[in-house]
Design a protein around this ligand. Structure first.
Ligand SMILES: [Zn+2]
Length: 308
């Protein structure tokens, strides 16, 4: 009896499901996320964190999820192979700053903050201090530059519209480049500093326009285009090049929360285009399907209130 009781007692913290996919001589670990609102099994290869996630309805059998993942092994392999190589901040690394390639130049004898110098017509980012701190110093420099550009762009667009942002915060998000809360707090990815200036300017315009229209209505887009005439070009740039902005620097340290973000509210110009997700209908009984749809609608309304 005791043994039986022990066996059926709920575990305190059940480990998340993972599927180890053997493919072409290697093993790829796929994280399984259970979602109350998911009606289908959806597979994603995320460029930012270079990992694979499958989202499944709560009741879908693990065996079925595994079948789905295994039947897409080639697709996963091709997507992973296509991801840009990681580019850590080391001496000699080439890092775009406002869309212009800079060479990281470690000068251990120098003191003070990192700064840009021109050598033979090639911009170098001169970084002093010990080698152990090189990566952090480069990142600190880039974040300061991002902060300066975003503050200036937000202030300019706010002045044009006669509105005020509650705050401007830089983050290292993987699922969106910018967001605006209902309270008017703007958030941006500091990695926008790698992109050409018209892209950063567009993101600032987009979020400032949300201070007026908390949606993605026609009026919102008209206003955004008024602030940033290159809106369409910037959107296209982010669709095709955006994922590459995540390759620079140390490995993404927000890998864990990103897994949850992928099933959370998805707003704004997020990197993975539609063809980066494979999905398949998973049969649900009609009542469960109806409940799932209702939950999804509530979550969607919730999400809109939170971020749009
Ligand atoms: Zn938006």
């Amino acid at each position: 009896m005791i043994r039986l009781f022990r066996q059926s007692a709920p575990e305190r913290a059940p480990a998340p499901d993972v599927i180890d996919l053997a493919h072409e001589g290697g093993v790829t670990r796929v994280a399984v996320l259970r979602s109350a609102s998911a009606r289908r099994i959806t597979l994603r290869v995320r460029a930012a964190t270079r990992d694979v996630v499958v989202t499944a309805p709560r009741r879908a059998a693990l065996a079925k999820v595994r079948d789905f993942v295994e039947s897409h092994a080639d697709w996963i392999g091709a997507r992973l192979a296509r991801l840009p190589q990681a580019a850590p901040f080391v001496h000699g690394a080439r890092v775009p700053l406002r869309g212009v390639e800079h060479v990281v130049d470690h000068a251990p004898d120098r003191r003070g903050v990192a700064h840009v110098v021109e050598r033979d017509g090639v911009p170098h980012l001169l970084v002093g201090g010990g080698a152990a701190h090189l990566s952090r110093r480069v990142e600190d420099f880039l974040k300061r530059e991002a902060r300066r550009d975003l503050d200036a762009a937000v202030a300019r667009h706010c002045a044009t519209l006669g509105v005020r942002a509650h705050s401007v915060t830089l983050r290292d998000t993987t699922s969106r480049w910018g967001s605006c809360t209902a309270q008017g707090a703007l958030n941006f990815s500091w990695r926008l500093i790698f992109a050409p200036p018209f892209v950063l300017d567009y993101l600032a315009a987009h979020e400032v326009a949300h201070l007026v229209h908390h949606d993605h209505s026609d009026r919102f887009w008209t206003l955004t285009r008024r602030l940033a005439p290159l809106t369409d070009r910037a959107e296209a740039w982010l669709r095709t090049q955006g994922a590459s902005l995540h390759r620079y620097g140390a490995a993404a340290d927000d890998a864990a929360p990103a897994a949850l973000e992928a099933v959370d509210a998805r707003e704004d110009v997020e990197p993975p285009p539609a063809q980066d997700a494979a999905s398949e209908s998973a049969p649900l009984d009609p009542v469960e399907a109806l409940l799932a749809r209702a939950r999804a609608m509530v979550e969607a309304l919730d999400a809109r209130a939170r971020v749009a």
